[in-house]
Ligand binder design. Structure first.
Ligand code: TYD
Length: 203
């Protein structure tokens, strides 16, 4: 049986990374083989592209093309083989992030992104997308508290993240059957409970 594909999304600072590893571990305790991965990245080439994307300034279309180039490699080398084997794939971000950041944040058109999406992934879509939704001001405060140097995206202004958040909401409206919106202001145990219930429903 084909495996399941789960993605975690949200603006920087919403807390999805806290739950990424935990969710994979939980699925393993349910008896699944789990591949844990991330975007941009997930393959040796993809991780090289990630380093460029997070550090070097570039034209917005170059940024989108590199995101989708890394994704093509990720799908071909990691995601498709895993799903075909029957493994579950848990990815920290996927294509919804391109619509949110390159579309909402940077202003690339939805039509252009849909062309890239169709080219790179055909009919492939996640089975469940957890959208960690949080007020932008709160998310930015959380980011600052980590004390880590901000990458190129994290250095963007409040308005950029407001647009990113709005674009995520638009994606969630377009794909209601796979999106599960999570109020990221909840406590970690409350969020874990929601994740657990939702993945159990597709086991
Ligand atoms: P992120 O998950 O925030 O990494 P970390 O938790 O290590 O900081 O992802 C890195 C950044 O990449 C994030 O700011 C969003 C951005 N991004 C895009 O702009 N488009 C995309 O398609 C993807 C996958 C990520």
């Amino acid at each position: 049986m084909r495996g399941r594909f789960i993605t975690l999304e949200g603006i920087d600072g919403a807390g999805k990374s806290t739950h990424h590893v935990w969710l994979a571990e939980y699925l393993r305790t349910c008896g699944h083989q789990v591949v844990i991965t991330r975007e941009p990245g997930g393959t040796p080439l993809g991780e090289k592209l990630r380093s460029l994307l997070l550090a070097d300034s570039m034209h917005l279309e170059t940024e989108a093309l590199l995101m989708f180039a890394a994704r093509r490699e990720h799908i071909a080398e990691v995601i498709e083989p895993a799903l075909t084997r029957g493994d579950w794939v848990v990815s920290d971000r996927f294509t919804d992030a391109s619509f949110a950041y390159q579309g909402g944040g940077r202003g690339l058109t939805w039509e252009r992104l849909m062309q890239l999406e169709h080219w790179v992934q055909g009919e492939l879509q996640p089975d469940i997308t957890f959208l960690f939704d949080l007020d932008v001001t709160v998310a930015r405060m959380r980011l600052q508290k980590t004390g880590q140097a901000p990458d190129r995206f994290e250095q963007e202004q409040q308005e950029f993240f407001e647009r990113v958040r709005k674009a995520y909401h638009r994606r969630a409206e377009e794909w209601p059957h796979r999106f599960c919106k999570i109020d990221a202001a909840m406590t970690v145990p409350q969020i874990k409970k929601i994740l657990e219930e939702k993945v159990t429903s597709v086991c």
